[in-house]
Design a protein around this ligand. Structure first.
Ligand code: NAD
Length: 279
C-alpha cells in the first residue's frame, strides 16, 4: 500500500508507546486514525494529543482479549470512517516469570492479549478489507522475543513466536488478494511495557510473585533497565510505515539483533545437518 492519504488506520494499544507512535505517524501521513485501548484515561489523552496532527482521530475503549469487544471496536471504526485499510494488532502485555513461576493465570492473560488479541483483530477486519477491495495492510506486533527464545520459558516468548508464525501464514494467504502483512519485531523500545500489570484484569488473579534473586527476577530487572534505555517509539513507527509502503513481511528495528537470529538458525542448521549425516 503506497498511498496513505485519506485512508484509515485502526491501532490497538493506541494509548501508549508503539501504538501511540503509530497513530501519530499515520495521522501525519494524512490518514484517519482510530486508536483502541483498554486504558481509557490514557486513550482520551492520546486522542487529544493527536488532534494537533489531524482532526480525523477517534478513540474506542476496547479489550483485545475479548472477541466481542474487538468486533464492536471494528464496527465503531466502520461507522466513523467508512472503509478501513491498515490494521495494527499491536496491544500487548508482559508478565515476568520463568520456570520459577509457572502461573497459569500469567499464561492465560498473556496468551489472551498477545495472541488471541491479534486473531480477534484479523477476524474482525479481514472480511471488511477483502469486501471493499481497495487493498490494505495488516501489521501484527511480535517482538525479537518471537525470533529467539532469549526470554526463557515465558508466555511472552510463546505468544510472540506464535504471532510471527501466524503472520507468515497469513501473508502467503493474502498475497493473491492484494492485502499485505507485516510482523513487527522490535527489540527494546522506551514504552510502558514494563508496567503492563497496570492493565491486568482481576479475573486473571494477582501478578505472580517471584524471588528477585531468582533467574526470573534478575531477567525482569534487566528487562526494565533495557526498556528505559530503548529506542524511541517514533523510530519504530517510521519503520512500520516504510514496511507498509514496500510490502515487507519482517519489520526489524535493531540491526545488531542479527547475531541473535544467526545464532538460533546456526543451531537449527547444525541439528538438521546432524540428521542428514545419520540418514
Ligand atoms: N517496548 C518494547 O521494548 C517492546 C519490544 C518488542 C515488542 N513490543 C510489543 O509492542 C507492543 C506495544 O507495547 P508497548 O511497548 O508500546 O507497551 P505500552 O505498555 O506502552 O503499550 C501497550 C498498550 O496496550 C494496551 N493494552 C494492554 N492490554 C490491552 C488489552 N487487553 N486490550 C487493549 N489494549 C491493551 C495498554 O493499555 C497500552 O496502551 C506490544 O505487543 C509489545 O509486546 C514492545
Amino acid at each position: 500500500m503506497r498511498d496513505f492519504s485519506g485512508r484509515t488506520a485502526f491501532v490497538t494499544g493506541g494509548a501508549s508507546g508503539i501504538g501511540l507512535a503509530l497513530g501519530r505517524a499515520f495521522g501525519a501521513a494524512g490518514m484517519k486514525v482510530m486508536l483502541a485501548d483498554v486504558e481509557t484515561g490514557a486513550l482520551d489523552a492520546a486522542v487529544k494529543s493527536l488532534r494537533d496532527i489531524t482532526p480525523d482521530v477517534r478513540g474506542i475503549a476496547c479489550d483485545v482479549a475479548d472477541a466481542d469487544s474487538v468486533a464492536r471496536a471494528a464496527q465503531a471504526t466502520f461507522d466513523a470512517f467508512g472503509h478501513v485499510h491498515v490494521i495494527c494488532n499491536n496491544a500487548g502485555v508482559a508478565a515476568p516469570g520463568g520456570i520459577e513461576t509457572l502461573s497459569l493465570d500469567n499464561w492465560r492473560w498473556v496468551i489472551d492479549v498477545n495472541l488471541l488479541g491479534v486473531l480477534y483483530g484479523i477476524r474482525s477486519f479481514l472480511p471488511h478489507i477483502r469486501a471493499h477491495g481497495e487493498g490494505g495492510h495488516i501489521v501484527n506486533t511480535a517482538s525479537m522475543a518471537g525470533m529467539s527464545g532469549g526470554l526463557g520459558f515465558s508466555p511472552y516468548t510463546a505468544t510472540k513466536f506464535a504471532v510471527v508464525g501466524m503472520s507468515e501464514g497469513l501473508s502467503a494467504e493474502l498475497k493473491p488478494h492484494g492485502i499485505g502483512v507485516s510482523v513487527l519485531c522490535p527489540h527494546f523500545v522506551r514504552t510502558g511495557i514494563a508496567s503492563s500489570g497496570r492493565n491486568r484484569p482481576a479475573h486473571y488473579g494477582p501478578s505472580a510473585t517471584y524471588d528477585p534473586a531468582s533467574r526470573a527476577g534478575l531477567i525482569a530487572a534487566e528487562i526494565n533497565k533495557c526498556v528505559e534505555a530503548g529506542i524511541d517509539p517514533a523510530d519504530v513507527a517510521a519503520r512500520v510505515l516504510s514496511a507498509i509502503r514496500n510490502d515487507e513481511l519482517y519489520v526489524f528495528t535493531h540491526p545488531r539483533m542479527r547475531d541473535l537470529v544467526d545464532g538460533r538458525f546456526a543451531a537449527i542448521a547444525a541439528a538438521m545437518d546432524a540428521v542428514s549425516e545419520r540418514d
